[in-house]
Design a protein around this ligand. Sequence first.
Ligand code: TPP
Ligand code: SF4
Ligand code: MG
Length: 287
Amino acid sequence: MSTRKPNDYKSELKPIWCPGCGDFGVLASLYRSMADMDLDPSKTVIVSGIGCSSRLPHFASTYGVHTLHGRPLPVAMGVKLANPELTVIAVGGDGDGFAIGAGHFPHASRRNIDVTYLVMDNEIYGLTKGQASPTSLFEQKAPSTPFGNPEDPLNPLALAIAAGASFVARGASFNTKALTELITQAVEHKGFSYIDAMSPCTTFNNTQESWKDAVTDVAPDHDPTDRVKAFDLALRGGFSLGILYRQERTTQTERYKAILEQAKPSDVNVMLDGFNARKGAAIGKPA
Ligand SMILES: Cc1ncc(C[n+]2csc(CCOP(=O)(O)OP(=O)(O)O)c2C)c(N)n1
Ligand code: SF4
Ligand SMILES: [Mg+2]
């Protein structure tokens, strides 16, 4: 039985997002989900990059790290490896995660780091005033693309499944009840859980009404343990909300714990003797 309420997760800082910004709905869902799970704020860390969405950790009463542009995942991974007892949630935008930070996403996925990654996807760079992002649509008009975006978008859900993420879902800021449940399932999932949260930027790419009309639920007979079907669903286009893919597999934390248990305590003098004995020799496997 949860003793904490969503308001217990609010910090003293009020969000400074524009009126109607989807990020409000994502934050409200996160507060509610944390309350539903009764997460201890002193054992919860929210890590972000840079962008409007990446301001989120300031608005929560948990620990938070507002890192560099594109870097929430490596920092979140480090936090989790250093202290596996913590619940670690990485958050950010589509620009942060899939442009400058894109190199980290497949590796977090294949390593199955025990972190939830919540991307507020508005298909635009909001903070820097509306440039096209990697998820902007072909021909999308934005302040930086007045003649339409000449590039095709990246598909983060398909990328996550292909790269080895073990939980892949889509939610929407305007459907907070379902998003709350998705966040709870993602955080409770063992391994890397990715949620693409459709979160309209009402100032530079106001997709609110068209997205509300376009969303459907993942079909009840979809089998989320079938990777090929999940990939097919991710590639098919449209906006199906729910869990596309879920897999049980050992996490990075568990694998490193197993290595640490096997490794013998080492003495620096023994290591130096070994190094000196091999000096000048071709580097081979340690004895
Ligand atoms: C190294 C670096 N390059 C570029 C920037 C400028 N910058 C700040 S936020 C941002 C993009 C934000 O877009 P997104 O991650 O989608 O977040 P949103 O504002 O849409 O929530 C950029 C390019 C930066 N802060 N640091
Ligand atoms: S610019 Fe867009 S993403 Fe940023 S706070 Fe305003 S509505 Fe939200
Ligand atoms: Mg964005």
